[in-house]
Design a protein around this ligand. Structure first.
Ligand code: SF4
Ligand code: SF4
Length: 132
């Protein structure tokens, strides 16, 4: 279900309206510490999105997720389907002029989403069930 500040663009991708002043500005630091990637240097050239083989299946582009983190939009980033769609192929990292390790960023976001319970739509399948 969409949040009040979310819409869809003409391609069906989710678009989040930015509400100034409500961001968690510690979030980007948390992601940076976990991933070892400095997200603040992303200047949104879109080279990562241009080469991502799974971009069509994502709700936010890879750099869009970074933008959410830069703006402190913690819930939007952690509830994005993009962080579960990324397969960590590193195509984007090779193309990135700022050498941002996007796969590590997505890993960090997945970890935080699971640990904080933010990944509300994600349900472990049989492969993730503990052995009986
Ligand atoms: S390629 Fe790098 S600098 Fe460019 S938008 Fe993607 S993450 Fe940001
Ligand atoms: S690492 Fe993830 S975001 Fe980057 S190109 Fe591969 S699937 Fe796309």
């Amino acid at each position: 279900m969409n949040k009040p500040n979310q819409r869809h663009d003409k391609n069906g991708r989710r678009v989040t309206a930015i509400v100034a002043g409500r961001g968690d500005m510690g979030f980007i630091r948390e992601v940076a510490e976990r991933s070892g990637a400095d997200l603040s240097v992303c200047f949104h050239c879109r080279c990562c999105a241009g080469g991502c083989p799974f971009i069509e299946a994502m709700d936010h582009s890879p750099h869009g997720v970074i933008r959410l983190a830069q703006l402190g939009l913690r819930d939007e980033a952690l509830q994005s389907a993009t962080i579960w769609t990324c397969v960590g192929c590193h195509t984007c990292s090779i193309a990135c002029p700022m050498a941002i390790d996007m796969a590590a960023v997505m890993d960090a976001l997945r970890q935080i989403a699971i640990e904080t319970g933010a990944a509300t739509w994600w349900t472990p399948g049989p492969c993730c069930d503990p052995p009986v």
